[in-house]
Design a protein around this ligand. Structure first.
Ligand code: URA
Length: 438
């Protein structure tokens, strides 16, 4: 086998065998295929696409390129959850302890922020002392002992995906649906859970802007998961306006705690309950998602989910007093209000603009390894459909960067569309793939 033959084969629209895809990934991962040839292969794939068998082969080869986790020592089905990324998406912070409180082990490997969307690890690390840098052994032990652990994606898990993703990023080949599906699913397969819940976001603040694309991605990922023996459901959810009100690491931790106390925004609570219902059903704990939802509502109301969150935070080194007194979480040195220039109904709050403003305030990185500000971010005061009057405070920005104050406020105002007529409220859930039960 040689790489040049494989590039021309794909370029000319032929399909690659399982062995050829495997060869490609292994040789690239081991440094025997240079970046320029892999770039040519990626561009051929971008234009010619991958069929189901090739996509499965790519997923399996990427998953096998590093460490894979094994939960077979637990006598229960372990569940994992993945979001395709959004703005204000603090769902994992609520959902993981909520499902764990129901007795279902949750093993979550998460990334840091990507582009305009925030990352779960950055959010959790805004709790002083909290560490997601676990070894795979520590991770498995915590899942066994507490039913919950959240670990940062390391280079030892799917290293070939890490290399390939970085190359796709600089060769204009990220936006190929088979490559995206294989990249996400390889990490889920290596993560070792028996059941997987995928939250595929669509809208202005999502990578998949159209619903058609989101459903297509959801279907491909569900097929890959099933072919690999996983119990799997994808829920396609809305990401046109930010989720909840808070966007920013410590700000989102505070909002997640409010949800766990039963005092959080309705959209976040509803999404967590719906997604959690599927996770409980996938694990076999309940007969159907509706029964799961009822159980989870009780766990939220009783405080059991909040207790589980606290246990996770202590077990991973976080300072508990920061959860009891939220003023001990990182605080920004200044805040500014953004005010409505006219009255009317809020018709749109563009999540992409809010996400980008939040990054400019310090919530995320514009290059790899950059320091972030855990206290920075945006807190919205309204949701789409609500009425405002002129000069009402629409949102508040938090940062330590003096120079971004004025441009951030100006740009954030552009995220709001205010009109005479009340906008139709988009439902938070667009659909489920496959329709449950499967
Ligand atoms: N997230 C991933 O992990 N991979 C992709 O290709 C896109 C989003």
């Amino acid at each position: 086998m040689n790489i040049l033959d494989l590039i021309t084969k794909k370029r000319d629209g032929q399909s690659l065998s399982w062995e050829e895809v495997n060869y490609l990934v292994q040789e690239y991962n081991n440094g025997f295929i240079p970046e320029y040839q892999m770039a040519a292969m990626l561009m051929s794939i971008y234009f010619q696409g991958l069929n189901n068998k090739e996509t499965n082969a790519l997923t399996a080869a990427l998953a096998a390129s590093g460490e894979t986790l094994d939960f077979s020592s637990l006598d229960k089905i372990v569940v994992d959850k993945h979001s395709s990324g959004g703005v204000g998406d603090k769902v994992t912070l609520v959902l993981a302890p909520l499902v764990a409180a129901a007795g279902v082990p949750v093993a979550k490997i998460s990334g840091r922020g990507l582009g305009f969307s925030g990352g779960t690890i950055d959010k959790l690390e805004s709790i002083p002392g909290f560490s997601a840098d676990l070894t795979t052994g520590q991770f498995v032990d915590l899942v066994r002992d507490n039913n919950i652990a959240i670990m940062v994606q390391t280079e030892s898990i799917t290293p070939a995906d890490g290399k390939l993703y970085a190359l796709r990023d600089v060769t204009g080949t990220v936006e190929n649906i088979s490559l995206i599906a294989a990249s996400i699913m390889s990490k889920k397969i290596a993560g070792g859970a028996g059941a997987i819940l995928l939250d595929v976001k669509t809208g202005r603040g999502a990578f998949m802007q159209s619903r058609e694309e989101a459903f297509h991605l959801a279907e491909i990922m569900v097929r890959i998961g099933k072919d690999m023996g996983k119990r799997i459901v994808s829920v396609v959810t809305d990401m046109n306006q930010p989720l909840g009100y808070a966007v920013g690491n410590a700000l989102e931790v505070k909002e997640a705690i409010a949800v766990l106390q039963g005092k959080g925004p309705a959209d976040v609570e509803r999404l967590c309950i719906v997604l959690g219902g599927y996770m409980l059903a996938l694990s076999g704990r309940v007969r159907n998602p509706e029964e799961g939802q009822e159980q989870l509502m009780r766990l939220l109301e009783s405080g059991a989910a909040l207790q589980k969150f606290r246990q996770m935070v202590i077990s991973q080194g976080g300072r508990l007093e920061c959860l009891d007194d939220l003023t001990l979480l990182p605080q920004a040195s200044f805040s500014d209000e953004v005010r409505a220039s006219k009255g009317g109904y809020i018709r749109e709050i563009d999540a992409r603009i809010v996400g980008k403003v939040a990054i400019s305030l310090g919530t995320g990185r514009s290059c790899k390894g950059e320091e972030i500000n855990p206290a920075a971010g945006v807190v919205l005061k309204f949701k789409v459909g609500e009425r405002v009057t002129e000069n009402d405070s629409l949102a508040c920005i938090y940062s330590d960067k003096e120079e971004v104050r004025e441009p951030a406020c100006r740009e954030l105002l552009n995220a709001f569309t205010i009109g005479e007529e009340r906008a139709e409220i988009t439902p938070i859930i667009h659909g489920v793939v496959p329709p449950f039960p499967n």
